[in-house]
Design a protein around this ligand. Structure first.
Ligand code: F6R
Length: 624
């Protein structure tokens, strides 16, 4: 949560900072601000409440000239969204400014000490404590004469930053600029992501790679405990404990078009329509015909290790947790390995007995979700192999896992996850195939599964042709106040995910349930005003779901069915039917979710909701 940017080089800093904040707006959007610093050490600061557009308007009146600066878009944790609480915050007597992403847990005790020493606070944020703490050490260390002891002109500010950071408990991604060192930005991280983009004679800092597209062609992923000294023509990285270190420079894999709307009205719709390509990308090079299996380059486990896996834990939050549920069905059916799906927020504080031979997969689009990261760390600490199924390259979870699989879905900017979900499900299907082929699954079955996986992108293309039909249906149901989503087996997770999509972007109350469980309570909710969405492609529970559907109809509830093409029976009972192309049951959740993503999207648009930036949410949940 929160996005931070920094720039130093020959350009007008404001242009990049503003564009970078726009691209990071999905991380938080209740207030924003930026400051530039002139070579003479003068700060130009502009802050606003609301979205980046408000900041852009304010900058017209109050521009921030200069070639070095930092910016921030906020998702409030400490203190209401207000100009005073918006970043950047200043330390000491305006000797430095900084922007922060993360949470400082011990800020109150630090604040008390700083207040007692005479520091004055202008905000109720935890961040301002960091600013004053650095200022305090800057003063103290200068008095002790640290500058004279070192060859580096930056020794004093870096020592002050290191000292201050050692007093913090919590998480931070930080960009800091100093009045008396107006040619550098200091970037530091602990638990919150931070990258540096490398251009020709210029450097960019950001919370993730998306602001860099079109500006830089190389990227450096900072790791925890690292502090970077970023100047126009030089990047130095130091480690809190070991001093100066070599840093790896990677090619930037995203292009400006990946982060643009490309003619779509919203990122969510763009990302829904990108799913045929994102599925092709996640499967590219991973399906092996000769062995009728799937292969993964980054698991970092030997075939023998994998052969001895006798239990798998899938942990995640939100939509990624729903993908984990799909994974449970897939792995248990295709590989016959027992699977447990755990909310990361629960797993991190439980102390379950975990026997040898247990493998943990953390499933996450962003790779930054605090609970998922904590669950992964806890399992790693206990000595279990921990793998990530992750979209964002170089993210914290990707760095900390012992191995894993990248989704290669491209940046997902809409807050509601769509393409990452289907890519997670496809990855889990490939893993199920991989584990299955190491066990009982025959060559023939492996070949058949590969063929079905390969056909999937085209099936999704055909499913997306339903967009117009789904939009009309959305018009019919957009005034509902409650909608139930019901499915069984592979499509029970689809029911949960369809309901989550609707509620998070349209604010309609929606609940996903295993269809047969309805009669144990929730059926009491059914009336003429409460539609139920039945997800019921052909498969071995089809008849059972049909009986559940009859139970709803018998109580007067309107029914929308998501069924397979050719199913005439359902049309006789349901009020509305969306027919999706038929696929084998184990891949059906990847197809049935498409009309539900579109349904949620169109309802939200019809209700005038901000689809890409729903209220109270942020894309990357880096707090507990
Ligand atoms: C819902 C949604 C969230 C995320 C959850 C986990 O559309 O996007 O529920 O799935 O916050 O995020 P990641 O996958 O980044 O760990």
């Amino acid at each position: 949560m929160c996005g931070i940017v920094g720039y130093v080089g020959p350009r007008d800093a404001e242009e990049f900072l503003l564009e970078g904040l726009r691209r990071l707006e999905y991380r938080g959007y209740d207030s924003a601000g930026l400051t530039t610093l002139s070579p003479s050490g003068r700060f130009h600061v502009t802050k606003t409440v609301g979205r980046i557009d408000a900041l852009a308007d304010a900058l017209v009146e109050q521009p921030t000239p200069g070639n070095l600066g930092i910016g921030h878009t906020r998702w409030a944790t400490h203190g209401i969204p207000s100009v005073a609480n918006a970043h950047p915050h200043f330390g000491g007597d305006q000797v430095l400014a900084l922007a922060h992403n993360g949470v400082i847990e011990n800020y109150l005790s630090l604040k008390e000490k700083l207040l007692a020493e005479g520091y004055q606070f202008a905000s109720s944020t935890d961040t301002e404590v960091i600013a004053h703490l650095i200022a305090r050490y800057l003063k103290r260390l200068a008095e002790e004469g640290i500058e004279q002891e070192s060859d580096s002109p930056y020794a004093l500010p870096i020592a002050a930053v290191s000292k201050a950071l050692s007093k913090l408990r919590g998480t931070y991604g930080l960009v800091i600029v100093f009045r008396d060192w107006p040619d550098m930005i200091v970037a530091a991280r602990q638990g919150s992501p931070l990258v540096v983009g490398v251009g020709a004679g210029e450097h960019f800092v950001a919370s993730d790679a998306s602001p860099l597209a079109g500006y830089a062609d190389k990227i450096v992923y900072l790791a925890d405990h690292q502090i970077a000294i970023v100047r126009a023509d030089k990047l130095e990285v130091t480690h809190r404990d070991s001093g100066r270190i070599e840093h790896a420079v990677h090619d930037l894999a995203i292009e400006a078009s990946d982060v643009e709307l490309g003619g779509f009205p919203h990122y969510m719709l763009k990302e829904i329509f990108e799913q045929p390509e994102s599925l092709e990308n996640v499967m590219r090079g991973r399906l092996v015909d000769e062995d009728a299996t799937a292969k993964f380059g980054g698991l970092n486990l030997t075939p023998t290790d994998l052969r001895h896996v006798n239990r798998i834990i899938l942990t995640a939050c939100g939509t990624s947790w729903h993908a984990a549920l799909v994974g449970e069905y897939l792995i248990e059916e295709l590989a016959r390995i027992p699977v447990e799906v755990e909310y990361a927020s629960e797993l991190r504080y439980r102390n379950p007995p975990v026997e040898n031979g247990t493998l943990l997969f953390a499933i996450t689009q962003s790779g930054e979700t605090a609970d998922t990261l904590a669950a992964l760390r806890e399992m790693k600490r206990k000595g279990h192999p921990t793998l990530a199924i992750c979209n964002v390259v170089g993210s914290t979870i990707a760095q900390e896992a012992t191995g894993g699989v990248y989704l290669h879905a491209g940046p997902e900017i809409g807050v509601a996850s769509t393409k990452a979900y289907t890519s997670q499900c496809a990855t889990l299907a490939m893993l199920a195939l991989h584990f299955g082929r190491m066990r009982h699954l025959s060559f023939e079955s492996g070949k058949r599964i590969i063929g079905q996986l390969r056909a999937l992108p085209d099936v999704i293309r055909r499913t997306l042709d339903l967009n117009g039909e789904v939009r009309r249906l959305a018009g019919k149901y957009c005034h509902a106040t409650n909608i139930l989503y019901l499915g069984r087996q592979y499509n029970f997770p689809t029911a949960l995910e369809g309901a989550l999509k609707l509620k998070e972007i349209s604010y309609i109350h929606a609940q996903g349930y295993p269809a047969a469980e309805m009669k144990h309570g929730p059926i009491a909710l059914v009336d003429r005003e409460t539609p139920s969405v039945f997800i019921m492609p052909q498969g071995f529970v089809y008849d059972k779901v049909m009986s559940n559907l009859e139970e709803i109809k018998a109580r007067g509830g309107p029914v929308i069915a998501i069924a397979a093409e050719g199913d005439k029976d359902v049309a006789r009972l349901a009020d509305d039917v969306i027919y999706v192309p038929p696929v084998e049951e184990f891949l059906s959740p990847l197809v049935t979710i498409i009309p539900l993503q579109l349904f949620a999207y169109h309802i939200a648009v019809l209700r005038g909701c901000n689809v890409d930036r729903p209220r109270n949410l942020a894309k990357s949940v880096t707090v507990e």
